[in-house]
Design a protein around this ligand. Sequence first.
Ligand SMILES: C[S@@+](CC[C@H](N)C(=O)[O-])C[C@H]1O[C@@H](n2cnc3c(N)ncnc32)[C@H](O)[C@@H]1O
Length: 288
Amino acid sequence: MVEGIFNNKLSDVSTTSLLTLYCHGKETKSKNPILQDNKAVELIEKLNPELSKLDNNLYRDLVKNKLDRKLVAYITLRAKKYDEYAKEFLQRSPEGIIVNIGCGLDTRFQRIDNGKLIFYDLDLPPVISLKKKLLPSSDRYNFLPYSVLNYEWMEQLDRWRDRPFLFMAEGVFMYLQDRDVKSLVLKLQEEFSGSELICEVFNSFWLQKPQKKIIDLVLQGELHIGKEATFNFGIRDSKEMEKWRSGIEFIEDWSCLDEPEKKLGLLKFLKHIEIFRKTLWSVRYKLN
Ligand SMILES: C[S@@+](CC[C@H](N)C(=O)[O-])C[C@H]1O[C@@H](n2cnc3c(N)ncnc32)[C@H](O)[C@@H]1O
């Protein structure tokens, strides 16, 4: 058992990292798994004894494996796609550096490591403090305990400035404010010219008042996520970030509903309605 892992008490937003970890674990143990994440299973076994002692609806659901099948399919399809993006980046740029922004407890490095990869896991200090107790860092696997909005973390990467960079933000930007995401993307463009950014985005249509209530109901009512973990940032269209400054170039986007995956169940049928196909989706940009 891992002692005292919740000494720092995770914020509502950071607690969502447990949800994605448990989705990975559940899917790994299922028939025909979308994602093979044995490290997640290992971490869950370490966390379960501690979480099961806490009086919290989300933790109770996690420990009892009460996770919606479609949510598990969505989260693991997303992780698999981001793994593919990362591997494809490394094929194009073998000396490239990957920074996983808002990494949570995800074990991407362990899933994709090719023996040479230099990888940075960035998250808020309480998450990194927990993650450090579960996974050892190394000369190639590093932790950045910062808010992504405190740009001091960029200085930690100074020695790699001549290398290609890939920034990944999976399930993170929607929790931030519009102005903060915009400043961050512009700062990445200034500091890491030529880098790539892959980020999951939320459709701002759903941030309008009546719709927003439904989203909060799902997050808080169904998933038992705390009130602070609400969606704030959204865009309407994948090319929207191009308008923020010239040099930001849209490359491609991806919606998990496009995947021919039976485990998505009835969600698959929503892909024909654009506002559902792009409720949450991912976009790849080049930051020139
Ligand atoms: C839904 S989890 C996603 C975790 C991981 N990317 C995954 O897919 O498993 C959201 C993560 O974003 C992190 N996060 C939220 N705001 C952040 C910030 N300002 N700086 C760094 N990380 C942040 C949270 O702590 C949490 O770990």
